[in-house]
Design a protein around this ligand. Structure first.
Ligand SMILES: Nc1ncnc2c1ncn2[C@@H]1O[C@H](COP(=O)(O)OP(=O)(O)OP(=O)(O)O)[C@@H](O)[C@H]1O
Length: 247
């Protein structure tokens, strides 16, 4: 079980995440939805200790998550990745395994097999020698999906993976998410709008600084909750998402 208790973050004294608490069981596919600036990325980063927190405890199987980060595969937003870095598709995926391999040993056979399987799963094995900067946005997203798969983690955190990807890539992503769920992995995926993919979710969290609602998507997507999430006093990200029409 993944447990988050009273997680809070402030940036330069102003509240970004306000006492967020939840639990996620193995095999759950959880969607996180909220407008731009709602704190979705910050919540993921805070869970991993990548940003300072004001308060909060994050544990997995009763131990602090920050002490077992090798059990987490985190794919940040595309905008946070340096696509000009001169590295190949295969190396990006292999690098996910350096924690278990160590920096100075060459990749062993099992690692190579995991990289191969992950790249095959996302349809990019034939692209393994390409530089990541030479790929389309959807292909780049699939590289990082493969990297997460190769890690063989227990918890998968994807930040806005559907942004800027075409329909076939969206389907590959959803197919992989279904497979991870079937393997009993914990899967948390953020999106400012789930559209019709919302039907795939076991659970939906509506976030805007605080956790506004958390439960089955059709129970959470009420006009009142959407109003609280997407139409705020500070005007951040106003506008109800397309997902509202698929529930
Ligand atoms: N390092 C930082 N320093 C200061 N403020 C920050 C920092 N990172 C994020 N913020 C602010 O915190 C708020 C939440 O940002 P965050 O990126 O977590 O939101 P988000 O829901 O992921 O948004 P988006 O959908 O646009 O990616 C925003 O107002 C943002 O400007």
């Amino acid at each position: 079980m993944l447990e988050v208790q009273q997680l809070a973050v402030k940036y330069q004294g102003s509240c970004c995440l306000d006492s967020v608490s939840f639990q996620v069981a193995p095999g759950q596919f959880v969607g996180i939805m909220g407008p731009n600036g709602a704190g979705k990325s910050t919540m993921m980063k805070a869970m991993l200790g990548l940003v300072p927190t004001v308060s909060g405890r994050v544990s997995f199987c009763t131990c602090p998550l920050c002490q077992q980060l090798e059990r987490v595969a985190y794919v940040p937003q595309r905008s946070q990745i340096d696509w000009d870095f001169p590295v190949t598709v295969g190396s990006v995926v292999m690098m996910a395994l350096t924690r278990s391999l160590g920096w100075f040993r060459g990749p062993h056979r099992e690692a190579k097999q995991r990289v191969h399987a992950a790249l095959e799963q996302v349809g990019l094995w034939d692209w393994r020698h390409r530089r990541i900067g030479a790929l389309s946005g959807g292909q780049q997203q699939r590289v990082f999906l493969a990297r997460a798969l190769a890690q063989n983690a227990d918890i998968f955190l994807f930040d806005e993976p559907f942004t800027g990807v075409d329909q076939p890539t969206e389907e590959i992503l959803l197919e992989v998410f279904r497979s991870l769920k079937q393997q009993g992995k914990i899967l948390m995926v953020s999106s400012h709008d789930w559209g019709k993919s919302m039907s795939q979710l076991d659970r939906l969290m509506l976030l805007n600084q605080r956790l506004i609602a958390d439960g089955y998507p059709d129970q959470v997507m009420t006009p009142e909750n959407l109003q609280k999430t997407f139409v705020t006093a500070r005007g951040a990200g106003s506008g109800v998402p397309r997902s509202a029409f698929f529930c």
